[in-house]
Design a protein. Structure first.
Length: 252
């Protein structure tokens, strides 16, 4: 009798353990930047909409999303090591293919240059956080000096103080910064819409890690589902994302 009870107890414990393992397997982890929570709360529509869209679409497949919040450079490296399933958000920028494969697109981002209102026609000194990934934009400028800055915040301070002529970066992220932590610069810094490039927005996954690629397959399935059932359009519209940032086939 005691032996039978012991066997049943073992079976019960094994079943609970299997259930817990299954539940853990239903979570997708995304490495995100240190200001992830602030981006969701403040004026950054494409970021907030993309996060909500993925959460809602993955939930329909039985998955939860967990954010691993890190400084951006560490979030990038964390994903490359496979410690997070994917990197959120990731534009389709040159050089990323060295370590990553990208999910199906979930939007479009505009990249270009911010400038000081008193130096509209100056473009001799160009600054950027990672100049190498903005190659197409840079070819449009006749410049004699390229300055790589550590952060977008540092670049905006140089721009505000008229130490540089252009700051190359994402339009949406730049406007987010200027409406939140750098609001004192907002009235003096503008975006040059005459020279831009558009790139698709994705989640990036480590191309050499099997578990990361499995997670990408789930995310792609969720993206396709969310687009086909109308979740994508509803979320983008609710968050007032500009139609120019919708996927090209859905921007009208």
């Amino acid at each position: 009798m005691i032996c039978r009870v012991f066997i049943l107890l073992c079976i019960f414990c094994f079943s609970i353990g299997s259930l817990n393992a299954s539940e853990k397997g239903k979570t997708i982890t995304f490495a995100v930047g240190h200001d992830h929570d602030k981006m969701l709360m403040e004026n950054y529509p494409i970021y907030r909409a993309s996060w909500q869209f993925l959460n809602q679409s993955l939930a329909k497949l039985g998955y939860e999303v967990d954010a691993i919040i890190l400084p951006w450079a560490r979030a990038n490296y964390y994903t490359q090591l496979g410690k997070a399933d994917g990197l959120f958000l990731a534009a389709n920028l040159p050089g990323r293919e060295q370590w990553a494969v990208l999910s199906n697109p979930i939007g479009m981002g505009v990249f270009g240059a911010f400038y000081h209102k008193d130096r509209k026609d100056e473009h001799a000194i160009i600054a950027g956080v990672r100049l190498g990934v903005h190659d197409k934009i840079l070819t449009g400028y006749n410049t004699y000096e390229l300055l790589e800055v550590a952060t977008a915040q540092q670049g905006f301070k140089l721009l505000f103080n008229q130490k540089v002529d252009r700051l190359i970066m994402s339009e949406s992220y730049g406007k987010y910064l200027l409406s939140t932590e750098l609001i004192e610069f907002k009235n003096d810094i503008l975006f040059d819409s005459d020279m831009i490039e558009k790139r698709s927005i994705h989640v990036a996954f480590a191309k050499d890690i099997a578990e990361s690629l499995k997670a990408m397959a789930v995310v792609n399935k969720a993206i396709d589902l969310g687009i086909s059932d109308g979740t994508y359009h509803d979320v983008m519209t609710k968050n007032k994302v500009p139609e120019s940032m919708f996927l090209p086939s859905l921007d009208k």
